[in-house]
Design a protein around this ligand. Structure first.
Ligand SMILES: [Zn+2]
Ligand SMILES: [Zn+2]
Length: 340
């Protein structure tokens, strides 16, 4: 008969295995050391099981914490990724409203900033409601990007869920390619007969009216003039290649825009400014087709017509069925585009 002495067992636990085994086990007269060892093994097994169980629970906790953390990071990234998408939508909507109303969007940076802020506030509310995560943002600044086809937006984004926190200033780059150019509509707002077909602008008599009321040279040249509607970067770069073959014809047919130190940037176009101090854009305004390439008028890039208003000579771009497609260009723009 072998009996475990519980008092000694406790003693063993307290003092460790280096203590005297005699105090731990009580052996009957046929006493067997193997029974003692078996008990020791059972004890070791229980101890190992407890350690393993604790490790499993600990490991599960790590996995759970890691899942929550990944989820938090994913939502923050998702929120940040959406800022330039929402900003582009906002800019497009503001541009369309400006065109429809024919009223300049005064202080365009603040208008974009405030409109985007309201949209982001609504988005933050959805994150709290649907995901129980606090993500808040403050649109700090809207400004011209690295080239005139981009705007930059700085936003302070903060997030909190449990003991996880996030705090960062996000700089988003927003392309304005694909947006409408509001400038022609704002410049001709007093006689708004111009139309657009989603691709190009037909001025009808809006531009000739504008030139006539400004007392400028030969307004009739720009009756039924056409111009680009959608901001698109001209691929013919360097621009001097426009003078080769049908390059200029293709550029005008596609309604491309070009970089220009004198042309108005997109933020100033929204405000109805024909030119500005920022590095901006210019596009061509094409007169109606003619039988003779003789007329002079105001040079036909948009910032010259709407801001600087100096004259140029007619040059042939294309000839078909007894009619010439022409541009009126001054010498410096001819040189820029290789039309000498
Ligand atoms: Zn071009
Ligand atoms: Zn500007």
């Amino acid at each position: 008969m072998k009996i475990v002495n519980m008092k000694s067992f406790y003693y063993f636990i307290i003092n460790g295995i280096n203590n005297d085994y005699k105090d731990f086990f009580y052996f009957s007269e046929e006493g067997s050391v193997f029974t003692g060892l078996a008990t020791l093994f059972i004890f070791a097994f229980i101890l190992i099981s407890i350690i393993f169980l604790n490790f499993t629970i600990f490991s599960n906790n790590i996995n759970t914490d890691s899942t929550i953390s990944n989820n938090f990071n994913f939502m923050i990234e998702d929120y940040n990724r959406n800022i330039p998408i929402l900003a582009k939508e906002t800019i497009g909507n503001i541009s369309n409203e400006t065109i429809i109303k024919g009223i300049p969007c005064y202080n365009s940076t603040d208008v974009i900033k405030n409109r985007l802020q309201s949209i982001l506030n609504e988005k933050s509310k959805k994150y709290i409601k649907n995901n129980n995560i606090i993500i808040e943002s403050e649109v700090l600044n809207v400004y011209n990007g690295k080239d005139p086809y981009h705007l930059n937006i700085k936003t302070l984004v903060t997030g909190k869920k449990g003991n996880m926190e996030y705090n960062n200033v996000i700089e988003s780059v927003v392309s304005i390619e694909g947006e409408k150019d509001p400038l022609p509509f704002l410049m001709c707002k007093n006689h708004p007969t111009l139309e657009e077909d989603g691709r190009k602008i037909n001025y009808n008599d809006a531009l000739s009216y504008y030139l006539a009321t400004s007392g400028l040279l030969n307004p009739y040249v720009y009756e039924n003039a056409t111009a680009s509607l959608i901001i698109k970067r001209c691929p013919y770069d360097p621009y001097i290649h426009h003078g080769e073959g049908l390059c200029m014809k293709n550029c005008i047919d596609n309604g491309y825009f070009h970089e220009s130190a004198d042309g108005s940037c997109y933020l100033c176009r929204l405000e109805g400014k024909g030119g500005c101090l920022h590095y901006g854009l210019e596009t061509f305004i094409s007169p109606h087709k003619v039988r003779n390439v003789t007329d002079r008028s105001i040079s036909g890039t948009d910032h010259v017509i709407y801001q600087e208003q100096y004259p140029g000579d007619a040059i042939q771009i294309y000839y078909e069925n007894d009619f010439y497609e022409i541009l009126i260009l001054d010498s410096s723009h001819r040189a820029k585009y290789g039309m000498i």
